[in-house]
Design a protein around this ligand. Structure first.
Ligand code: NI
Length: 176
């Protein structure tokens, strides 16, 4: 990744692209690798720990994740990721989303998941995720299926967040 890597605007709720099921990537081209680099740069700039294609108006099954807590980067670029196994054990973590800024909520999900994906060279990878990484990867794969973290919380809290987001969206539209 170079310093000249382009940053992409992140779309926010209620943009309808966030509710579309993203298309699988059928060929890993330089264009796909470039989008992944731009997504990573955009995620670090935000800053965030994960970003999915639909959040940058790319309705393809692409995800970038870096849950490392210190200065060392631990970047995953995932193409067509899927969960192949989920633990019965569940855990609750506070989640936020770059497409729903200024709102967080506790979300319950399987505590451990096994994921399969293609890396940017087309190699099939399988990894076991737990803790924050497990929550993050499930959150990002949800994005590929048009699902947001607010779909996992109480109706009351979801409606409250949606009302505020729609109000902000209308104000931004008015301001052009
Ligand atoms: Ni998100």
């Amino acid at each position: 990744m170079t310093n000249s890597t382009r940053l992409i605007p992140i779309v926010k709720v209620p943009d309808p692209i966030l509710r579309k099921v993203a298309e699988p990537v059928t060929e890993i081209t330089d264009g796909i690798r470039q989008i992944l680099d731009e997504m990573a740069a955009t995620m670090y700039d935000a800053p965030g720990i994960g970003l999915a294609g639909p959040q940058v108006k790319v309705s393809k099954r692409l995800v970038v994740i870096d849950c490392s807590k210190d200065e060392t980067h631990d970047l995953y670029k995932m193409i067509n990721p899927k969960i192949i196994r989920s633990s019965n054990k569940r855990s609750v973590l506070e989640e936020g989303c770059l497409s729903i800024p200024d709102h967080t909520a506790e979300v319950e999900r399987p505590a451990e998941v096994e994921i399969q994906y293609l890396d940017e060279t087309g190699c099939s990878k399988k990894i076991l995720a737990d803790g924050l990484f497990a929550a993050c990867v499930q959150h990002e794969i949800d994005h590929l299926n048009g699902i947001l973290f607010i779909d996992h919380i109480s109706r009351l809290k979801k409606d409250m967040i949606m009302r505020k987001m729609i109000k902000n969206y209308r104000q931004a539209e008015k301001q052009g």
